[in-house]
Design a protein around this ligand. Structure first.
Ligand code: FES
Ligand SMILES: [Fe+2]
Length: 383
């Protein structure tokens, strides 16, 4: 058992992670199983990183809101009367009751506990029966806000007021995927899964095609063979792009993105904007995997099937049912590839494993993770 005075990630473990790809190892088991590592993630990459919380089309009208549980903070995202999308803590300034739950449309947020009432800007509008509370001035009170940025239609928030803007960090990726016009996409349907394991297990599995030969041997592997997959260089930017070309004999049924080049029409992409935005795209549509994680061993996964507005119009009930059934089948296969390693990583004899060069994406993710946590190839006390 580790004690707080011991380094949970040892110097030699970190060095194996930091090795060049051809000599690299996985993260050590404690990176996934330790609540202390998760605390460190909350204090670093989840407090200062850009986290995706929605799609712009989910906030079409003034007053449209959605509550999101970030790893370290319950928040609400809302479009204001002035058209701005804002995000702020949804914890009441009085005695910490959440002032909203779920999603909907409202003109203001009324805390259900004692009816303190907040504007869509987060400002406190009124607080009943506070006469005699010396020095209390409702006008001075507002819910703490987060920075908001929209990229490719994805709404991101950042709890760090000094955060560097996101789009300039994604210049390389933006160019590579420009032809898809993701900002035009709409959600057509959603699947939801409880995922009681560490978030990095899911992200890594989503971002590599090596497992097609095992996990998806009768589904993806015959169409998108692992051996044909490749990972783009990201020049250290906080994104990862996995390409999975289809075998030539697999023709694309419906191309919903009119600007795709011929070669783009025959590949499946998996994309991560680090740390937790995951989406996949082929010529016939896209899927956004929305992660809402609240502990080192707990998250909710929503799989949103997406297409263009024109694609959505052309999607009849039968096609929609088939599409969602396909996404469910693939994810049920991936659940086994999440649950199994979660059990394995909690084993007392489990150690780091060697990466295949086909897992370059995991190597890139590991570098971004170690950078974000401030882990040089030297021991960090308490981590
Ligand atoms: S906790 Fe919100 S009004 Fe009392
Ligand atoms: Fe998979």
């Amino acid at each position: 058992m580790s004690t707080p005075s011991q380094a949970l990630i040892q110097t030699d473990e970190l060095q194996r992670v930091r090795n060049p790809l051809e000599e690299a190892w996985t993260l050590p088991p404690s990176a996934y199983t330790s609540a202390q590592v998760f605390e460190r993630e909350c204090a670093t990459l989840f407090s200062t990183g850009w986290l995706c919380v929605g799609r712009e089309e989910q906030f079409t009208h003034a007053g449209d809101y959605r509550c999101i549980d970030l790893p370290a903070q319950p928040i609400v995202v809302v479009r204001g009367h002035d058209g701005e999308i804002r995000a702020f803590s949804r914890v009441c300034l009085h005695r910490a009751m959440p002032v909203a739950e779920g999603a909907g449309n409202t003109t203001r947020f009324v805390c259900p506990y004692h009816h303190w009432t907040y504007e869509l800007t987060g400002e406190l509008r009124s607080a009943p029966m506070m006469q005699g509370a010396r020095g209390f001035d409702a006008k001075q009170c507002r819910l703490p806000s987060l920075a908001v940025e929209v990229w490719q239609g994805f709404v991101f928030v950042n709890a760090d007021p000094q955060a560097e803007a996101l789009a300039p960090q994604l210049v390389g990726l933006t160019q590579l995927i420009a032809n898809y016009e993701f900002e035009q996409m709409v959600i057509v349907d959603t699947l939801e899964f409880d995922s009681p394991w560490n978030w990095k297990i899911l992200v890594e599995n989503f971002m590599e095609a090596y497992h097609h030969i095992g996990t998806h041997k009768t589904t993806f592997q015959p169409v998108y063979p692992a051996q044909a997959s490749s990972v783009d260089d990201n020049a250290g930017e906080p994104w990862v792009l996995l390409r999975m070309p289809a075998k030539p004999e697999h023709a694309v049924a419906d191309v919903v993105f009119p600007k795709l080049r011929e070669d783009q029409q025959h590949e499946l992409l998996a994309i991560c904007v680090f740390p937790t935005l995951l989406f996949a795209a082929s010529a016939s549509g896209a899927a956004w995997y929305q992660l809402e994680l609240t502990a080192h061993d707990q998250m909710t996964l929503k799989i949103h099937a997406m297409t263009t507005a024109a694609g959505a119009q052309g999607l009849d009930e039968t096609s929609r049912t088939e599409l969602m059934a396909m996404l469910r089948t693939i994810h049920e296969e991936d659940i086994e590839a999440n649950r199994g390693p979660w059990i394995g990583l909690n084993g007392s004899m489990t150690t780091q494993g060697r990466l295949s060069p086909y897992e370059k994406s995991i190597w890139q993710l590991n570098q971004l993770w170690a950078d974000a946590l401030g882990l040089a190839a030297a021991p960090v006390e308490g981590v």
